[in-house]
Design a protein around this ligand. Structure first.
Ligand code: ADP
Ligand code: MG
Length: 338
């Protein structure tokens, strides 16, 4: 007879890591979201070899108390929710309390932090096993986390890593999406010690232009619509800027980048009359609604959401985009069939 036995903690975290951390970019996303949840206004990212060798995220957020560093790496431990009611209206990007534990089970992690108001900084390290003792370290502000040698102890998963260039491209996508969502935060990116990006705090249009290029802004109309409980703002490109692929579609729900069929469909419909059927609209839109009306606890990676009233959301987005495009779409029709 097969015997049933509980799995060791580390293996449970490694299994969870399979869902949350499929590649360096996924780890980077979790770390950036943690920095934003900590109220950071400045975030610096360093990558080596596309993040496969090193991902370092340094922020100036509230930090973590010495006595809590252990818990930050513990599974199912979070400062962001404590009840089902909290979960049902969660406003932070994180809430599952499993990202750092998952990452620490498949990489060499150093977490250093100086809690707000404290003179002292502390660090903890973990490399696929139980974390080290907490030790004093030097840090001027916030939290710095280093993730080295992703999948060093899970060779089967390591084999799925692509070239450093490909992994870097995925990291860059994540970095751009997060930076788009938060123009009020300064972001910098270094890759292999080379400075790649620096976006200081700016307004939404400036950030969109910095990330997506000035062409996008020039080809786009502003979107700003609000009805009871729903609001959308951002920029949506005229047909001249449409694409053969969906690579310029940025949709954020309450500040979270999402891939959502319902929203994509509403956009497609809004463009229906002005866009050739094999072209895809380009947009960067921020939908805001009461967190209680959207479920973000659908998938561990949190890129999917479920709306309480999906019909109302669909209609709202459709009308908002339709209205913003009305009268402007005829300006550059020729390019739609390029
Ligand atoms: P979650 O974000 O879902 O809470 P994580 O495993 O990502 O879970 O992080 C665990 C906890 O560690 C967080 O709830 C937070 O309290 C703390 N933490 C992680 N990163 C940071 C950071 N950059 N600054 C401050 N606290 C952090
Ligand atoms: Mg998190």
């Amino acid at each position: 007879m097969p015997t049933i036995h509980p799995l060791p903690d580390i293996l449970i975290s490694q299994i969870a890591a399979g869902e949350v951390v499929e590649r360096p970019a996924a780890a980077l996303k979790e770390l950036l979201e943690n920095s934003l949840d900590a109220g950071a206004t400045e975030i610096r990212v360093n990558l080596e070899l596309g993040g496969t060798q090193l991902i370092r995220v340094a922020d100036n957020g509230v930090g973590i108390e010495e006595a809590q560093l252990n818990l930050a790496l513990a599974r199912h431990a979070t400062s962001k929710i404590s009840s089902l009611e909290d979960l049902e209206c969660v406003a932070s990007l994180g809430f599952r309390g499993e990202a750092l534990a998952s990452i620490a089970s498949i990489a060499r992690v150093r977490l250093a932090s100086r809690a707000h108001g404290s003179e002292l900084a502390y660090q903890i390290q973990a490399d696929g096993a139980s974390p080290s003792e907490v030790q004093p370290t030097a840090l001027t502000t916030g939290t710095t986390i280093e993730v080295r040698d992703l999948f060093f102890n899970t060779p089967a998963r390591r084999k799925f890593l692509k070239s450093a260039a490909t992994e870097y491209a995925h990291c860059n996508d994540v970095f751009q999406r997060i930076a788009l969502a938060r123009p009020d935060v300064s972001f910098s990116l270094h890759h292999n010690d080379r400075a790649v990006q620096l976006w200081r705090e700016q307004d939404m249009a400036e950030r969109i232009s910095a990330v997506l290029g000035a062409d996008f802004n020039q080809a786009a109309v502003n979107v700003a619509e609000t009805t009871a409980g729903l609001s959308v703002h951002g920029m949506s490109a005229l047909p001249a800027y449409s694409r053969a692929s969906r690579d310029a579609q940025y949709m954020f729900v309450n500040g979270r980048f999402v891939r959502d069929k319902l929203l994509a469909h509403a956009l497609k419909q809004a463009y229906h009359d002005i866009l050739h059927h094999d072209r895809h609209p380009a947009y960067c839109l921020f939908l805001t609604l009461d967190p209680a009306l959207v479920d973000v606890n659908v998938h561990p990676a949190k890129t999917e959401v479920r709306f309480r009233d999906s019909r109302a959301v669909h209609q709202f987005i459709y009308h908002a985009i339709n209205k913003s495009l009305a009268g402007r779409a005829g300006q550059a029709p020729a390019a739609t069939v390029q």
